[in-house]
Design a protein around this ligand. Structure first.
Ligand code: FAD
Ligand code: SIN
Length: 531
């Protein structure tokens, strides 16, 4: 225990125990004592849910240049070339490291088996069946748990970053010294201080009514960094996955893109015919934004609830062998993918925008680093290429750790900071306000800020956000914090950043498609918001 009640000091604080956070923690632990905080269970982030795999140039016929080109074609040219190079060239090393940690990737003879996904010109996705993330998360967690320099604390919901405003001897500086976190086991707010802080808190998918992301993807890190004064970039680039299971009971089960990669076809259930040929010559393997828009258009044009994804023409053993997890899940719901089609709809899947970072994972704020889905590193541009996301987590988790170690002597020890002040708040007597506002945000974001946008719909969303900000701000000021309330505040903050960014982009590019500006402009520009 450190200087005050409910406070702890470590060398480095990592917020998030997914691929980015644990990669950073393991690299840092060679030199420093690291505290990793997670909201809820340690494996509750998106990482454990990843199905398809991790992209890396490992095939003899493939090149870094091919992977870079595919990444930039998918990203509609908004990617930063130096970031794309930086990440893609480090992919084989990242995979080798995971093999060392014991991730049991599928093999084919002496080599790793490579599957294919939309937008990739070559087979280059290493995977563990159709549950890659689960195996990766388990291997990283095992290594972290065995490391004496790493402390893992689940059930800590970070509320805000600690900076100069919170120092006992107020300095007001933007220097980040850690974070305040609600311990959901004790109900108390702890101050966790450190010389350096790494945000690895995942995406903001839960801003949308339908999302493949887990419940905790509420953009907490993006909102915390923004409130502390860091710039965010390209928040309008929200990725929708084309094929989420359509089922009235199971609302967010992904059907991996690898199903299309291995021959799955998209079919209009009314006509019984394939439809991708009317939208893109790459058919089912066009980049995600193209396929998601095509499905959305088909659904709207024919008044459908869903379209069909069909791989039943492939041999039964092939389907069961490649997609054992999906097969089992669907059989449990009465759908046999070896004999018939799967009903699917697009759903929010990935947050391409986020906290602006450089190649070392540095944010605008001294002492604050970030890695993974909460960031905008320049890799994804206007649309992420499939299976480039876990890769980004490994590369930037490691890059941030290396930079912190290299600059260690320049980082001061954290000063004493003020404990969390609860003297002016009481327990909420109206929890219903939180639930109502959660649902409202997610619904209008889905309806007004979804796959196809217009300026009028975005303005409607902006208007609602303004009204809710007053209500939520008032509620936050009067009542004791809970995870639901912290998340609601962050969802609203992220919704505002998404809508503001979307209103600023007067063109359609990648994932941002608006009927008011249907063409892609000549000027390639990030949407950078300054707090
Ligand atoms: P996460 O793994 O989401 O971890 C976030 C961490 O932050 C968690 O530990 C969480 O508890 C913690 N956290 C959040 N808020 C707080 C807070 N306030 N306080 C404390 N801790 C907090 N990408 C691929 O490359 N290949 C795939 O095959 C693939 N498949 C996917 C399938 C699905 C269903 C989904 C949803 C995503 C998929 N993705 C895939 C995307 C990829 O999984 C994610 O982008 C990636 O795992 C993000 O990792 P991360 O470490 O940034 O965050
Ligand atoms: C999938 O398996 O389709 C998801 C891959 C990804 O999001 O990169």
């Amino acid at each position: 225990m450190g200087q005050q009640d409910d406070s702890m000091t470590h060398d480095v604080l990592v917020i998030g125990s997914g691929a980015a956070g644990l990669t950073a923690a393991l690299a840092l632990a060679e030199h420093a004592r690291v505290l990793v905080l997670a909201k809820g269970a340690l494996n509750s982030g998106s990482t454990a849910w990843a199905q398809g795999g991790i992209a890396a140039v490992l095939d003899t016929g493939d090149t870094f240049e091919n992977h870079m080109r595919d990444t930039m074609v998918a990203g509609a040219g908004l990617n930063r070339r130096e970031t794309v190079e930086f990440v893609i060239e480090r992919a084989p090393h990242a995979i080798a490291r995971l093999v060392e940690l014991g991730v049991p990737f599928n093999t084919e003879g002496p080599n790793l088996h490579l599957t294919r996904e939309g937008g990739h010109s070559h087979r280059r996705i290493v995977h563990v069946d159709d549950a890659t993330g689960w195996a990766v998360e388990a291997a990283l967690l095992k290594a972290a748990e065995e490391n004496p320099n790493i402390t893992l604390l689940p059930n800590r919901t970070c509320i805000d970053l600690i900076n100069g405003k919170h120092e006992l001897r107020y300095s007001g500086s933007g220097r980040v010294w850690g974070a305040y976190a609600l311990n959901t086991e004790t109900g108390r707010v702890e101050a966790h201080t450190a010389r350096a802080t790494v945000l690895a808190s995942g995406g903001a998918g839960r801003c949308y009514l339908f999302s493949t992301a887990p419940r905790g993807a509420t953009g907490d890190g993006i909102a915390m960094a923004w409130r502390a004064g860091a710039r965010v970039s390209n928040m309008e680039m929200m990725q929708f996955h084309p094929t989420c299971l359509y089922n009235l009971e199971v609302k967010n089960f992904l059907i991996t893109e690898a199903v299309r990669g291995e021959g799955g076809r998209l079919i209009n259930p009314r006509s019984g015919k394939r439809f991708m040929e009317f939208y893109d010559e790459r058919l089912e393997l066009a980049p995600r934004d193209v396929v998601a828009r095509a499905i959305d258009a088909e659904i709207k044009r024919f008044g459908l609830d869903y379209v069909h994804l069909d791989i039943s023409h492939m041999p039964v053993d092939f389907v069961k062998g490649h997609f054992p997890t999906i097969y089992e899940k669907l059989i449990g719901l009465g759908i046999d993918m070896t004999t018939g089609p799967i009903p699917v709809v697009p759903a929010q899947h990935y947050t391409c925008g986020g906290i602006l970072i450089d190649l070392a994972g540095r944010t605008d704020l001294p002492g604050l680093y970030a890695a993974g889905e909460c960031t905008e590193s320049g890799l994804h541009g206007a649309n992420r290429l499939a299976s480039n996301s876990l890769l980004e987590c490994f590369v930037f988790g490691e890059a941030a750790a290396r930079d912190i170690i290299a600059r260690w002597d320049t980082f001061d020890a954290p000063p004493p900071v003020r404990p969390w002040d609860e003297s002016r708040v009481t327990d909420s007597d109206e929890e219903v306000v939180i639930k109502q506002n959660w649902t409202e945000i997610r619904r209008f974001m889905w309806n007004y800020v979804g796959i196809v946008r217009t300026t009028k719909r975005l303005e409607r969303a902006a208007h609602r956000i303004k009204l809710l900000q007053e209500e939520v701000g008032d509620y936050y000021g009067h009542f004791r914090v809970s995870t639901d309330l912290i998340e609601l505040r962050n969802l609203l903050e992220c919704a505002e950043l998404i809508v503001r960014s979307a209103l600023k982009r007067h063109e359609s590019r990648g994932l941002h498609y608006t009927l008011d500006y249907p063409n892609t402009g000549n000027l390639v520009r990030d949407t950078v918001l300054v707090p």
